[in-house]
Design a protein around this ligand. Sequence first.
Ligand SMILES: Cc1cc2nc3c(=O)[nH]c(=O)nc-3n(C[C@H](O)[C@H](O)[C@H](O)COP(=O)(O)OP(=O)(O)OC[C@H]3O[C@@H](n4cnc5c(N)ncnc54)[C@H](O)[C@@H]3O)c2cc1C
Length: 478
Amino acid sequence: MPTTPPVIFWFRRDLRLTDNLGLHEASLTNQPILAVFVLEPHLLKISSVRRKFLYEGLVALHQDLQGHGGGLHLLHGSVEVALPRLIEQTGATALFYNKDYTPYATQRDQRIQARIGVPAYSFDDAIIQPPASVLTDAGQPYTVFTPFKNKWRSQVKQRTLLPLTHHIQLVNQPVLDLRQHLPHADMLERVVIPPAGEQIAQQRLTAFVGGGLYAYQTQRDRFDASPLNSNLSTSSLSPYFKFGMLSPRQALRTARHAYEQATHEGERKSVETWVDELIWREFYVHIMAQFPHTARRNFRPEYDYLEWNDNAVQLQQWQAGMSGYPIVDAAMRQLNQTGWMPNRARMVVASFLTKDLLMDWRTGASYFMEHLLDGDLCANTGGWQWSAGTGTDAQPYFRIFNPISQSQKFDPQGAYIREWVPELDLLNGKELHAPWLAKRLIPSYPAPMVDHQQARQHTLQAFQRAREIFQQHKQKES
Ligand SMILES: Cc1cc2nc3c(=O)[nH]c(=O)nc-3n(C[C@H](O)[C@H](O)[C@H](O)COP(=O)(O)OP(=O)(O)OC[C@H]3O[C@@H](n4cnc5c(N)ncnc54)[C@H](O)[C@@H]3O)c2cc1C
């Protein structure tokens, strides 16, 4: 009897079986599915925490696939070479995958489609409402979050979650330890990461619903949650979303269920605020898909005329957590040592780099991508441009965070500072936020690298100047 040729399901940033739209569609062909991941060369260059997390996610996925009689077929090298070759070798009749909306992935996928010689089917799985489906009444993309959110909420439909496909028919894979087939790097052995994979993501979601979700409204700016611990003031799910170990639809559905179970208004508000964060994630994917140039260029063109400060020594001080501002330094040292930083801290250090030091947001964004566990082009670029005032913020350039008041407000007892800047441990509460005011100075800790108030004035003028030059150019052109 002739064997049925397979179809290929190409896993990318959707390392899960549950509610995986492309995988589900592949299973409807009733042909055996060959589950593939291509370890492209650029994946070997991502931050070591993210790389190790990806590898562990692949191992977990392989084990889950083995539970269904198959396994993950791992390919190495350029996807444009590896995939057409595999299709030829296996006689696969179609390629299925879920869309990735970054400029690099979009272009690569177009090239792949042109090269493989069999039909390619792609699906909107990574976000709940795909780009170009949330538009103004005039059919334009939204460029400000709140109206986007309102439209998003008004048209979101509850889709039935796709179950883990019980009838999934996978191409048999030799029983192998996938770990042995991943590139070995000694330095990765020492890197500490949270456990990866779909099951862990599900457990984390459940724990968050039973833990921090109902208090999210008041607790979300705390500094204590991290994927490396069990504090749940925020969900710490971003690394799992980044690699698609959790479906955003499942997160939304779980939140809606929690909303129905809530016992008072505060709890309901907390759930809604968390859903807003899921919508922020979608918003930045839409921005990247519809304005791909903003991966490298300012969203607001008037700030192309900004004269950024290009001081390598200052940049290095910021990176090393030696700025002299304890809250900034605590956050940067946490990033350097663990690959994690809480959201409030990300806003503080990004504001400090771009507004106190007047340094180009691209330098900060690159540094984040080199170190973050959840580093994601859309959210990271969106967050950096927002902080720099060059992006989609509704009240941009004059939002300049004061690192001292942020520290006093969000780390009032100084626990976060004491943990990451231990040389300041002996200072009392007030001094901890501004050690230069302390009676005894700590010799190993630097003086503040800039005066915040002076830096603020300087930055406001620089932004004003950039806008004026932009206006002059526009007038000349018209
Ligand atoms: C300068 C800067 C850089 C950032 N870089 C990244 C990045 O590379 N990757 C990343 O996933 N997030 C990034 N963020 C957004 C945010 O800081 C993280 O998503 C959040 O801290 C993750 O923690 P959590 O999972 O506990 O979030 P929760 O508070 O539990 O929120 C739930 C989910 O919503 C999404 N989310 C929350 N806030 C945002 C936001 N502001 N923008 C987009 N999505 C959001 C995340 O997927 C998150 O897991 C950045 C923010 C800033 C200000």
